[in-house]
Design a protein around this ligand. Structure first.
Ligand code: TXA
Ligand code: MG
Length: 308
């Protein structure tokens, strides 16, 4: 059910959970000051309580309400990438963020979304916590139709059309004197080099093998179809690229062009969801694409989506 901005504000302020667009993916939103609504997010999504939520603020200055003494280059990073698809994990001032939102951790993940409609909303409601608006484990939602698929046609959605990035924010965490990427996302690692003087490494686990971003523990982005990454002549479906030729006894579903990773990214989750619509069972994925920029995120998402 599509709702207006005014209705979205009203529903959030009265403690409801609604779906909200951002430039990355749609989020399931609740007001940060409504712990019961935050609880509801976890039950609606079927999300484990140990997986913390990202806190979305309307302006960079609002971060001062929750954190102090930022890591080196924090100002430069946010100046370059906020508003936008960057999430920074920061130590918080105790008691400023409800424990349920941060899964009991002493840190919070913060971002300022760049979609104007989202920031207008947050200006009226105050900070919103939003995980991606999908059932836990499924591909994220990049348009209102995906939310209707997962949560039913009566679920309230603020309509922002199709998300422009189509991949979640890149998450940075400062550890052992350097910024590291704890989730690959819509900003490629190379984007940070001009600011930091180095390309942050993708670090899934910290000391004692503990994941730095708890979400990395769980199964993700997966359609019902079985995605095969090794060449498999028996798979009746192929997920591939416009420029390539594939055996003509197969049904080919296109990821897009090898020359346009931004478009492949924007449509990735839609394409994975489409495989379920056509009831594809066994799909061979053409993983022969470049190893740089956004392709790294696309590869990581396909890898995760293939794990059953
Ligand atoms: O683009 C995005 O980031 C989207 C839109 C809606 O903003 N949100 C999103 O949320 O992707 P979600 O919940 O699907 O993924 C959030 C990730 C999880 O892997 C979670 O573990 C991690 O962020 N995270 C959140 N707070 C954290 C914290 N304090 N420490 C470490 N990881 C954190
Ligand atoms: Mg998610």
């Amino acid at each position: 059910m599509r709702i207006t901005l005014t209705e979205a504000i009203w529903r959030l302020k009265s403690g409801e959970v609604i779906a909200v667009p951002t430039e990355t993916v749609y989020g399931l939103a609740a007001c940060l000051d409504q712990p019961e609504a935050i609880e509801k997010i976890f039950s609606i999504k079927g999300r484990p309580k140990i997986n913390p939520l990202i806190i979305h603020i309307a302006h960079q200055e609002h971060i001062q309400n929750y954190t102090s003494g930022h890591p080196p280059y924090f100002q430069e990073l946010t100046k370059a990438f906020w508003p936008g698809p960057l999430t920074c994990i920061l130590p918080i001032i105790p008691h400023t963020i409800p424990s349920i939102a941060r899964a009991g951790l002493p840190t919070g993940g913060f971002r300022v979304p760049s979609l104007e409609l989202t920031r207008q909303l947050i200006e009226s409601t105050g900070p919103l916590v939003m995980p991606s608006a999908n059932l836990s484990g499924k591909p994220s939602s990049t348009c209102p139709e995906h939310i209707e698929e997962d949560f039913g046609i009566d679920f309230p959605v603020l309509d922002g059309g199709m998300c422009s990035k189509g991949l979640e924010s890149t998450i940075l965490f400062f550890t052992e004197g350097r910024w590291a990427i704890v989730r690959l996302g819509a900003l490629p690692p190379q984007a940070f080099e001009p600011i930091l003087g180095y390309i942050p490494v993708f670090l899934e686990k910290g000391k004692n093998d503990i994941p730095l971003s708890p979400g990395q523990l769980f199964r993700h982005y997966a359609p019902k179809a079985n995605l095969l990454l090794e060449v498999d002549g028996g798979a009746p479906y192929i997920l591939g690229f416009e420029e390539r030729e594939y055996p003509n006894d197969k049904t080919v579903v296109l990821l897009g062009s090898l020359f346009n990773p931004a478009q492949v990214a924007q449509r990735l989750y839609e394409t994975l969801r489409y495989l379920d619509q056509i009831k594809a069972t066994k799909v061979w994925v053409d993983m022969n694409f470049p190893h740089d920029g956004l392709w790294e995120t696309i590869r990581e998402r396909l890898l995760r989506a293939s794990k059953h």
